[in-house]
Design a binder for this molecule. Structure first.
Ligand code: ADP
Ligand code: MG
Length: 161
């Protein structure tokens, strides 16, 4: 995928309310404007990368891009699970992400347990891959240094550096 690493940011919106948080794997949703800006070569599937909420620390993340076959969604989404425990929700805050690498295509699951196991294995893979020097150095990328306002009018949706 030529577009990787891909950098984008947007305000976190409410998702489909299907209780990912109850599974211990909350996923922060990007607005449609960010999803619509994805380059054509970024195919659906599971990605790993870096994420930052507002001007906070940069954490590892896994992101699902796609149609979420398990839930038979009809809408494309970009859902980021930040590999970090947060004390509070961050709806409305600005999420900045660097998509660094691809893990696997989307697929359906026979059970919720199978889905959860797959996500845990994705998280493990993300954790390991992001420790590689060439991926660690992306935390220092100019994109994350941008002094960022949290007012919606100054958000760069789908910003590509
Ligand atoms: P929704 O359907 O609204 O996306 P989720 O159950 O998937 O609901 O929870 C996602 C929300 O949880 C995020 O929008 C964010 O505000 C909050 N959240 C808390 N911790 C995390 C985390 N580690 N990664 C992603 N989102 C988190
Ligand atoms: Mg979600």
């Amino acid at each position: 995928m030529r577009s990787l690493p891909y950098f984008c940011r947007g305000q976190v919106i409410r998702g489909f309310g299907r209780g990912s948080k109850d599974l211990g794997i909350p996923t922060a949703n990007f607005p449609e404007s960010v999803v619509d800006n994805l380059p054509a070569d970024i195919s659906t599937g599971i990605y790993y990368g870096w994420a930052r909420v507002n001007n906070g620390d940069i954490h590892k993340m896994v992101m699902s891009i796609g149609w979420n076959p398990y839930y038979k969604n009809t809408k494309k989404s970009m859902e980021t699970h930040v590999i970090q425990a947060f004390k509070e929700d961050f709806y409305g805050k600005v999420l900045s992400v660097a998509l660094v690498g691809y893990i696997r295509p989307e697929r359906g699951f026979k059970s919720l347990d199978e889905l959860i196991a797959a996500i845990h294995s994705d998280i493990e893979e993300a954790e390991a891959k992001l420790d590689l020097p060439e991926h660690l150095k992306l935390k220092e990328h100019h994109f994350f240094k941008t002094s960022m306002s949290t007012t919606a009018s100054q958000i760069l949706n789908g910003h590509r550096l």
